[in-house]
Ligand binder design. Structure first.
Ligand SMILES: NC(=O)c1ccc[n+]([C@@H]2O[C@H](COP(=O)([O-])OP(=O)(O)OC[C@H]3O[C@@H](n4cnc5c(N)ncnc54)[C@H](OP(=O)(O)O)[C@@H]3O)[C@@H](O)[C@H]2O)c1
Length: 328
């Protein structure tokens, strides 16, 4: 039996997506550098469920689908959850498979790795396409391919219709790209998962998505603190947040996550540490004042995950400005 401790799952509110399905307002991030070996990773995910996380965010690119699937099986076996439908599981289509004919097979492979019959949410990871054999960490001249956004979205709609995913959405999409999808879609994206934190507040995209009924999910809510690829200390070492946290007897991460939640956005946060996992869920029984919100608005803005590693020499996307349609 799992060790007895307070399970915070019941304290996490849910929102209803435009697909009609419910999603817990905070998710656990299964992405990131320096993942431990499989058995350890499975224990980390089981621990996250034991603490109370019910919403998990993975992707084929992260290489963590199999560990998450094994953790779900373990949680069922030890009685942490009674049914798979107590969990909300997101995965993502990687840029090697953003082509109409490759989407459904990619989703089926994802489900196979997870050992699940359906996803709760399937996202296009990025509005880009590269050759299937390309290494995303070392993209080179000739790897880039034109991205047929509407054809790929059509295949996402087919995934939804097949019942293999309960909702479909996008990630790292600008207002312009979302508008184009909405003009042509029969099923609108339920979610746009983007970087959002006090240091990159998504002042253009957030109100746009809200108006269109698309839920924004915030990745790197702590600025990807300590992450080797693009991690930043802009959130966790911010003086304004430090002062607010001290005055409320909260931690900086709690203030950062609470601010996102108060914007109507759902944070996806990663921690391998049980105490920090727990701390990150304790944001629902207190609030920020108007003065504190005004102070947070003064924080200088800079996109941390600017996508520069995806700009390929002579490729179809020439600059980060083009990748984000100028919202940079
Ligand atoms: N769609 C996309 O393109 C995309 C891109 C990036 C990320 N994501 C998703 O978003 C998730 C979260 O983003 P992220 O991993 O980039 O960054 P993050 O959640 O902003 O930051 C994670 C880092 O913060 C540390 N941390 C967590 N809680 C803490 C606390 N209470 N106090 C101090 N440090 C704390 C973690 O270290 P410890 O583990 O040591 O606690 C880890 O190094 C990812 O795992 C992934 O699922 C999606």
């Amino acid at each position: 039996m799992a060790a007895k401790q307070e399970n915070l799952a019941a304290k996490i509110p849910e929102i209803v997506l435009n697909s009609g399905h419910k999603m817990p307002v905070i998710g656990y991030g299964c992405g990131g550098s320096k993942a431990p070996p499989m058995e350890e990773l499975i224990s980390v995910y089981v621990k996250a469920m034991e603490i109370g996380y019910r919403h998990f965010d993975t992707a084929s690119f992260y290489g963590t689908e199999e560990a998450l699937g094994k953790a779900v099986a373990k949680a069922l076996e030890i009685g942490l959850i009674q049914n798979r439908d107590e969990l909300f599981i997101t995965s993502k289509l990687w840029i090697t498979h953003t082509h109409h004919d490759l989407v459904l097979p990619a989703l089926k492979q994802t489900l196979q790795r997870l050992g699940l019959e359906y996803l709760d949410l399937y996202l296009i990871h990025m509005p880009l396409r590269v050759k299937q054999e390309a290494n995303a960490f070392e993209l080179k001249e000739g790897d880039g391919l034109p991205f047929d956004m509407l054809g790929t979205w059509k295949a996402m709609e087919d995934c939804y219709k097949s019942g293999l995913t309960k909702s479909v959405g996008v990630s790292n999409f600008s207002c312009e790209k979302i508008s184009k999808i909405l003009e042509n879609a029969t099923i609108p994206p339920a979610v746009n998962q983007v970087e959002m934190n006090v240091g990159w507040q998504q002042r253009k995209l957030m109100p746009f998505c809200k108006e269109k009924g698309i839920q924004v999910c915030a990745y790197s809510p702590l600025g990807a603190y300590g992450k080797s690829i693009y991690g930043s200390n802009a959130v966790m070492e911010n003086e304004i947040l430090k002062d607010i946290a001290a005055s409320k007897s909260k931690t900086i991460s709690q203030v950062a996550l609470r601010w996102i939640y108060e914007q109507g956005v759902t944070p996806i946060v990663k921690s391998f540490n049980a105490e920090r996992m727990k701390q990150n869920l304790q944001i629902f029984d207190w609030q920020l004042s108007k003065e504190e919100n005004d102070q947070i608005l003064q924080i200088p803005q800079l996109r941390v995950a600017n996508g520069d590693i995806f700009i390929i020499k002579n490729g179809p996307i020439k600059s980060i400005e083009e990748l984000w349609d100028g919202d940079i």
